[in-house]
Design a protein around this ligand. Sequence first.
Ligand code: HEC
Ligand code: HEC
Ligand code: HEC
Ligand code: HEC
Ligand code: HEC
Ligand code: HEC
Ligand code: HEC
Ligand code: HEC
Length: 357
Amino acid sequence: MRKSLMTAAVLLGVALLAAFASDGQALISLEKCTLCHGKPEFRKLLVNGAIRDVFVTGDSLKGSVHEKKVCTDCHFDVSEIPHRERPKRVTCTHCHFKGNKEGAPQSDNVLAYFESAHGKAIAAGNVKAPLCQDCHGDHQILKVKNAGSKVSRGKVAETCGRCHMEIYARFKTSIHGVALEKGIPEAPSCTGCHGEHRIYAHTDPKSTVYPTKVSEQCSKCHASVAIMSKYGIEAEQVATYKESFHGVANQFGSRTVANCSSCHGVHDIRPPEDPLSMVNARNIPATCGKASCHPGATANFAVGKIHVDPKKKEAGIIYWTATFFKYLTIGTMLALIVHIFLDMYGRTRRLRGEQGR
Ligand code: HEC
Ligand code: HEC
Ligand code: HEC
Ligand code: HEC
Ligand code: HEC
Ligand code: HEC
Ligand code: HEC
Ligand code: HEC
């Protein structure tokens, strides 16, 4: 039944076609496309037996940023009807290039896509990597500020997740994913850590999540008292990390020393009280004991706190040790100054004595 309808639709299109053939290469109007594509029953039978909707009408573009465009503005390779070949995928940079007269927004930021892991993968022939439309959508592209846009803060994780499924699943149940779902404005989505068009492989030094840059990403939010105090989280984690052995080595470019993610995880970060958190007391031996870090670490490996501010009494032995060394240093300096002072006093007295003779 369906197949016969489709055949009928195609036949109708072909029959009507003759009437328009004289238009030649001139602009093909919307009506000519919807002759065939405007029928809800117009479907395509794929080789694997699946059926694909190719139903598109003038309404498909309504409300989108491109609503004033006509079909062939994007499907510009459809220059005759019937189009014998399957049209190619749309090239958005046909309009979105710098200095275009269409008024299509374009920036260096967007162009960076071509240098990104995604753009390079496409150039290398990986059809699984995203073109512009795989993130932005096809006929219903909205302004990025519009909450309904596929790349809006609330929706972009789901858009990336269509391809990065496992990561998306882990992220959704993490503290950041849950916070994003709740609408917490400071929670990071995928693009908060990776960027949008400038996404590089994590092993590429240009990546925002290259091992020596991870702490910088976390610090954007976690070093801010203004943000963190809203959620009852201490903002000194960043400072205490930077002062620690791990932090100092990391700032000097060590890629193997622990960064925030080595201890907390990446897409599955959870509060320390959560039994599934990598920094939950029960999981610390496994986290610190990773083969590449401290093999054989036991439950006693990290007794006490990791993010310790030695200036606070709660730091226990570390506080007392730090305090002891602080006063030892001050005491030594004082003794040295007194020693120098007495020495100078003695010398001047001896000098005066010599001159007096
Ligand atoms: C005579 C009927 C007919 C008309 C008129 C027509 N098409 Fe098509 N179109 C088809 C058929 C049949 C297919 C499936 C072709 C295939 O995959 O081999 C198709 C496929 C397409 C596809 C690709 C669908 C996919 O699988 O991704 C696009 C895009 C498309 N048409 C755009 C247009 C545009 C734009 C116009 C107007 C300029 C137009 N078509 C006019 C019959 C028509
Ligand atoms: C803003 C650009 C743009 C405009 C304007 C546009 N399309 Fe598309 N269209 C796309 C994109 C992007 C796709 C997804 C396939 C691809 O990546 O090229 C698509 C897919 C299609 C398909 C395949 C079926 C589907 O829904 O995926 C058909 C058929 C089609 N378009 C027809 C039309 C018709 C008819 C018009 C005019 C009413 C039109 N298009 C206007 C960008 C556009
Ligand atoms: C991996 C997904 C992804 C791909 C691929 C992608 N974008 Fe984007 N794009 C985004 C996200 C996310 C934003 C939202 C940025 C924001 O929130 O400010 C965006 C924003 C934009 C904007 C508006 C803001 C600006 O910087 O001008 C334009 C225009 C745009 N993209 C065009 C494109 C074009 C053209 C391509 C292809 C060359 C493309 N995008 C490829 C995800 C993507
Ligand atoms: C025929 C030219 C043309 C083509 C092709 C085209 N665009 Fe656009 N696009 C425009 C124009 C013009 C605007 C500005 C509309 C406005 O501001 O009202 C725009 C706006 C946008 C915006 C909104 C940016 C913002 O301010 O938030 C996005 C996103 C976008 N286009 C993405 C795409 C994608 C993805 C494709 C490919 C599927 C594409 N465009 C193809 C002309 C085009
Ligand atoms: C809090 C910051 C953060 C957020 C949010 C985030 N990522 Fe990541 N992502 C990272 C870091 C850091 C790495 C590098 C991990 C490593 O070095 O092993 C990474 C690595 C990756 C990788 C490459 C490594 C792999 O495991 O395949 C992909 C792909 C990726 N992220 C996708 C996503 C997607 C999709 C989302 C959203 C659902 C997301 N990320 C959200 C920080 C983040
Ligand atoms: C259409 C599917 C698709 C979408 C949508 C998509 N990606 Fe990807 N992504 C890929 C593929 C495929 C690769 C592998 C490219 C390669 O082979 O180098 C990749 C690579 C990556 C990498 C580098 C992986 C590494 O080795 O470190 C990151 C990070 C990443 N994507 C993040 C994102 C984010 C964030 C979004 C959403 C804004 C997103 N992706 C949207 C398919 C997709
Ligand atoms: C864009 C801002 C932002 C970035 C980037 C960010 N976070 Fe967060 N993070 C938050 C917010 C906001 C919360 C609080 C969410 C809540 O309580 O609902 C949070 C919560 C947490 C928590 C749970 C704390 C607790 O006790 O509840 C941990 C642990 C954490 N983040 C670690 C990290 C690490 C590690 C990174 C870097 C890989 C990172 N975050 C990157 C904003 C951010
Ligand atoms: C060597 C492992 C390690 C490193 C590196 C590390 N953390 Fe932690 N982090 C922990 C442990 C363990 C806890 C659990 C509580 C404690 O001991 O302070 C924790 C707790 C936290 C908390 C929760 C505090 C609260 O108030 O609930 C946040 C937020 C946090 N870390 C962020 C970060 C950030 C941001 C970085 C990087 C700048 C980082 N951590 C680096 C091990 C680490």
